[in-house]
Every structure is written in structure tokens, then in C-alpha cells.
Design a protein around this ligand. Structure first.
Ligand SMILES: [Fe+2]
Length: 614
């Protein structure tokens, strides 16, 4: 019977949640597996530690059923002790009931009432809940083939002599000795569970650390791409693609309130595809929601959501967050479906972080666009004022800018470089503001002195722009747009590659526009004649490489440029007439000391570039 208990040992309490473990049926006699939640590996490990000491480890669940036993403990335990413990007689049932009744705080209990076997047990506790009893069983010190052991052998159909032989191989235990072993087991269980808890915590921290690192890397990458002069389409594409990878999204999209200003239509990236009307409707509804609520929207079952049920055919889950600066909602970012599982608060937090970073970019991009638009407006006004000094060259700066940009793109320059060349083209003749109108608008040939005045306009333009910090890079284009490839141009007589690239490109565009424009002294040259002249001047007046790029633009596209030129010229002439401007100006194409004429088109490009034209 129960002989002894020990206090102050407490229970084995896990510091971590053990993994669900499968079932162990100890004897094989019970066909119904018993599910336990104690790690099987832990029990196996502990059993192996006590097996050499002739002790058998078992685990009884809260119903008193043997859920685990050391299958390698030997025949004495396999054939005798374990079946005896499981036998449904009154004595063992009382023992099992007693063990099952132990509370989570129960101390080590020793039981020596079984014939030939002594056991010690204590509760296994997880999060203050008792999950069962850990049991150590050993051969009793007073084991002998007496009446009670033989009776059990008969009940179990065992040969008592054989059992005695098996028992002789084992160490014998007093109740106190088994109890000491149980105390040792309790300590080991505590240590192992504490270790398992620490390992679990370490794994959890490692996972959190890895996730945090990924999130920080994502935010860092997004921040790194936040150049205000970067196209919003490129910024949001990079942001969405990277977020899809980190968050495991099936789709991620962006919609902006300021779409018109940035030229950013609603977009969606990832495997999930929406047709344009569906994406537009989703964008509109999310923008309206965000504007009104200014909070995240998380829906893990779209079909059951009245607001979004119409989207159920395309997606199942949605997470949307506002891009907000202060109280102003600038747009919305949204994810559609994940590769695995539902959206949760972690996803919401991360997407909000991404949206907050993106909102900073967005706010700056809008401000940049405002300032850029203001500056470009002022530049257009400035060049229009210059062009207006000569009705026949009105719109010339804009056309040269457009064509120079096309040449730059055809020559393989980047979009950003082409944009700067556009600006240089716009301002290339700004120096004419410092040339007397009597020279600019003189209908006849310029005198040598007048021509010298005209030749000053590139340097004047460069001086005008010198104090504008933001456009320093385009000054070479303004200063050198009348240089010739053979070194016979002005103001510095630079040759070949010494002429800044911007200058060489604008020179080509400038001459093309002058030759295809009507002047007081001649009509516009036909496109074919102009192209032949430009080809002929490749290597003397023009950079051969750029000439090739120019000729690759093609007749159709150049005809469009010429048509645009004719329409703007007509408008300008009408405006000039209304304002009382003369139609006889020739600042760009009029006779010069070596003036070309329409009749002698062959040297016209050279004359235009070297003379006063444009
Ligand atoms: Fe010029």
C-alpha cells in the first residue's frame, strides 16, 4: 500500500509548450491509442537514462491509463509489471485511481503494494495543468516467488520460474531507493523542460528576429528608392514587388488620390490579376473608404463581406491601409490573398509601415512635381518671351527641345538624360534676350557687326542661367549649341567630342527646325532635302554618330514633328498679328554675311549653324 510521500518536491512544470506527441500504447494489449501531449522524445530520453538501473519509466494520463512505457526495459517489466498494472482487478484499479486523483501540486508518491514491484510517481504539469503522472517502477527488494507473485503469474499465464530467472537479472529497490530515483527523475524532467522551453524561446526569438530583419530590409529598400525625381510608377512597382516577396502576397496594388498629378493610375502586381474595370472600382472604393475612415481594412472572407462581395470571384482576402501624411490620405496600398493563411495583425502592421514610408515619398513627389511644374512653367514663359521677339521663330525653342529629346532617346540616353536635354533645348536661345530686336528682326542680311552681336547669344544665355543652381548641368548645351563638329563653329570653336554632348544634340535639332521652317527670305525646305543636307554635313557640321541616330528616327515621325511645327508657326503668326508684331523678322533664318537662301539649299545647314539661325 502507499507507504510514504515526500513534500517540497513540487511538480514537474514545463516552461514551454511541448509538442503534441503521439500516442504510446505501453503493452500492446490496449488496442485504443491514448493521446498524450508530453513530448515523446523527452520520455524516450528519460527512459533510456533509468533503464541501466533496472528501472522502467511509464506515463499515465489523467484517466489512469498507461500512455507510455519503456518498451526496452526488459521482459520483467514487459510481461509482468506492466500487465499487472493494467489488469482490471481491484488492487491495480485502486492504484490507478489514486494516481489519477493526484493534483498538480502532489509530491512524489511511493507505492509498494504490488507483488514484487515498487513504484514512485509524481504529476507532470504543463502551464499549471496536470497532464498525467510520471512513474518509475523497479523490482522490490523483497521480491520472491511467493503466493502473491505466483497468483499474478497464473493470471497472466506466466511461468513463475521463468519470471524468477528474469528478476534475478535486475537490481532490487527499497521504497526509499525508488523514491530517490524519482526525485532524480523529477529534477531531470525540470531541467529538460526548462531546456526545451529555452530552445523554444530561442527558436521563437530567432524567427521574430528573422522576420524583423526582413521587414527592416524591406523598409530600408523602400527608403533607398525614395528619390523625389523618381517616377512614381517605378517607385511603387519596386515597393509592391518587394512586399509581395516578404509578405507572401498573391497581389499588391496602389491607388492614389493625386493620380493625375503624378500620372499614376491604379496598379496591381503579383499573380492575382484584375481586369481594368475591376481594378478601377476596387481602387475607387478603397480610396473612398480610406478617405472617410483613415484606418486599415482587413477582410479574410471577401465573399461574406457586403462591401466587397462583388470582388469574390477574383480574390478571397484583402488587406488595405492608407498612405497618410498628417490628416491627409494620399492614397491606399492593398494586398490581395496570401500564399498561405489569413491576413493578421502582423501583416497589417508591416503593410502600414510600408505605407507610411511610401506616404513620405508620395508627399515629397507631389511637392517636387509642383515645384518642377512651376519651374517648367516659368522656363516656358521665358522662352516664349524670347521667341516672341521674332514672330517667325515663335515656338522654335519648344520644337527644338522636343526634337533634341527624341534624338537623345534614339541615341540611347536614359530618360533622365533626355529630360535634361529637353530643358537645354528649351533654353538654348535664351541669350537672344540680350540681342537687339533690330538685329533679331532685321529682314535683310546682317552686317558683320550685327552678326557678331548675334554670335554672342550662347554666351549671354549661359550667363543668364549661371546663377540658377538647379540647371547648371544644361548650361553646356546652351553655350555650345552653335559649335561645329569640324571646329568652325562658335563661341569657342570646339571640335568633335570636345563639344559637350548636349550642344551636339541641340545643334542637330536646331538646324532641322530652322531648315524646315518658313523664313522671310525662303520657304521651308522639303523634309527629303533637309535630311539629305543633314546627311551631307555629317562629320563636318554634325556629330556622325548623332546624325545616324537622327536619321534612324524615320520619315514618319519627322513628318509629325514638321506638322506640329507648321501648326504652332501658324498659331504664332496669328498671335503676332493680333499683337501688332511684324511678319518680316528673320532672326533665325535671315541672310547673314554668308547667308544661305532657299535656292542654294546645299550649304544651308552649315550656314544656319554658323550664322544667326536659331
Ligand atoms: Fe541659337
Amino acid at each position: 500500500m502507499m507507504s510514504q510521500t515526500e513534500t517540497n518536491l513540487g511538480a514537474a512544470e514545463s516552461a514551454a509548450s511541448p509538442a503534441a506527441s503521439a500516442v504510446v500504447d505501453a503493452s500492446g494489449a490496449n488496442p485504443t491509442p491514448v493521446t498524450i501531449v508530453v513530448p515523446h522524445a523527452l520520455l524516450e530520453n528519460l527512459a533510456a537514462r533509468f533503464r541501466p538501473s533496472s528501472l522502467c519509466l511509464m506515463f499515465l494520463n489523467n484517466e489512469g491509463a498507461v500512455a507510455f512505457h519503456d518498451a526496452a526495459a526488459g521482459p520483467f517489466f514487459q510481461r509482468f509489471a506492466l500487465p499487472m498494472l493494467q489488469h482490471p482487478d481491484a488492487m491495480t484499479r485502486a492504484l490507478r485511481d489514486h494516481l489519477a486523483a493526484q493534483t498538480a501540486n502532489a509530491p512524489v508518491t511511493v507505492w509498494n503494494g504490488l507483488p514484487g514491484v515498487t513504484i514512485a510517481a509524481f504529476p507532470y504539469v504543463e502551464r499549471r495543468q496536470k497532464l498525467g503522472m510520471l512513474v518509475l517502477a523497479g523490482k522490490s527488494i523483497d521480491f520472491k516467488l511467493g503466493e502473491d507473485v505466483v497468483r499474478v503469474c497464473n493470471r497472466l499465464a506466466l511461468d513463475a520460474i521463468w519470471l524468477g530467472q528474469q528478476a534475478d537479472e535486475l537490481a532490487a529497490y527499497t521504497a526509499e531507493a525508488v523514491q530517490r530515483q524519482a526525485r532524480l527523475l523529477l529534477t531531470m524532467v525540470r531541467d529538460q523542460l526548462r531546456l526545451a522551453g529555452l530552445e523554444s524561446e530561442l527558436t521563437s526569438l530567432s524567427t521574430q528576429l528573422a522576420n524583423t530583419y526582413e521587414e527592416l530590409s524591406l523598409i530600408y529598400q523602400i527608403s533607398g528608392g525614395m528619390r523625389v525625381n523618381r517616377r512614381s510608377v517605378d517607385f511603387f512597382k519596386q515597393t509592391c514587388v518587394e512586399a509581395i516577396g516578404v509578405m507572401g502576397l498573391r497581389g499588391m496594388g496602389v491607388a492614389l488620390h493625386c493620380a493625375d498629378k503624378l500620372g499614376q493610375e491604379p496598379v496591381l502586381y503579383g499573380p492575382t490579376a484584375l481586369d481594368t474595370p475591376t481594378l478601377t472600382r476596387l481602387a475607387d472604393e478603397l480610396l473612398a473608404w480610406m478617405k472617410a475612415r483613415k484606418t486599415s481594412l482587413l477582410v479574410n472572407d471577401i465573399a461574406r463581406d457586403k462591401r466587397l462581395a462583388w470582388l469574390a470571384g477574383s480574390a478571397r482576402r484583402l488587406l488595405a491601409v492608407p498612405m497618410q501624411r498628417g490628416d491627409e490620405v494620399l492614397g491606399v496600398m492593398f494586398g490581395l490573398d496570401k500564399e498561405v493563411g489569413d491576413f493578421d495583425s502582423v501583416d497589417s502592421k508591416l503593410l502600414n509601415s510600408i505605407a507610411n514610408e511610401s506616404a513620405i515619398y508620395l508627399e515629397n513627389a507631389v511637392l517636387f512635381e509642383d515645384v518642377h511644374g512651376l519651374m517648367m512653367g516659368l522656363l516656358h514663359s521665358l522662352t516664349s518671351a524670347v521667341d516672341a521677339k521674332d514672330a517667325y521663330t515663335c515656338g522654335h525653342s519648344e520644337r527644338v527641345a522636343m526634337l533634341a529629346k527624341i534624338i537623345a532617346q534614339e541615341a540611347g540616353l536614359t530618360d533622365a538624360e533626355a529630360e535634361r536635354i529637353y530643358m537645354a533645348g528649351l533654353l538654348h536661345d535664351v541669350g537672344k534676350i540680350g540681342v537687339p530686336e533690330s538685329v533679331l528682326q532685321k529682314p535683310g542680311r546682317l552686317t558683320a557687326e550685327e552678326f557678331e552681336q548675334m554670335k554672342k547669344h550662347p554666351a549671354i544665355g549661359a550667363r543668364i542661367l549661371a546663377d540658377v543652381k538647379q540647371i547648371q548641368d544644361i548650361i553646356p548645351g546652351v553655350l555650345h549649341h552653335h559649335e561645329r563638329y569640324d571646329g568652325k563653329g562658335y563661341p569657342d570653336g570646339l571640335a568633335a567630342q570636345n563639344i559637350p554632348l548636349m550642344g551636339r544634340i541641340i545643334c542637330l535639332a536646331d538646324c532641322f527646325d530652322a531648315m524646315t521652317s518658313t523664313r522671310t527670305y525662303r520657304k521651308a525646305l522639303p523634309l527629303e532635302v533637309t535630311l539629305a543636307d543633314i546627311r551631307r554635313c555629317s562629320g563636318t557640321q554634325f556629330d556622325p554618330g548623332l546624325t545616324d541616330a537622327f536619321l534612324r528616327i524615320g520619315m514618319d515621325r519627322l513628318r509629325e514633328v514638321v506638322r506640329h511645327q507648321e501648326s504652332t508657326a501658324r498659331l504664332d503668326l496669328r498671335a503676332s498679328a493680333v499683337l501688332g508684331g511684324g511678319a518680316g523678322g528673320n532672326s533665325s533664318g535671315g541672310p547673314t554675311p554668308n547667308a544661305p537662301t532657299a535656292e542654294s539649299s546645299a550649304p544651308i545647314a552649315a550656314a544656319i549653324a554658323a550664322g544667326k539661325a536659331a
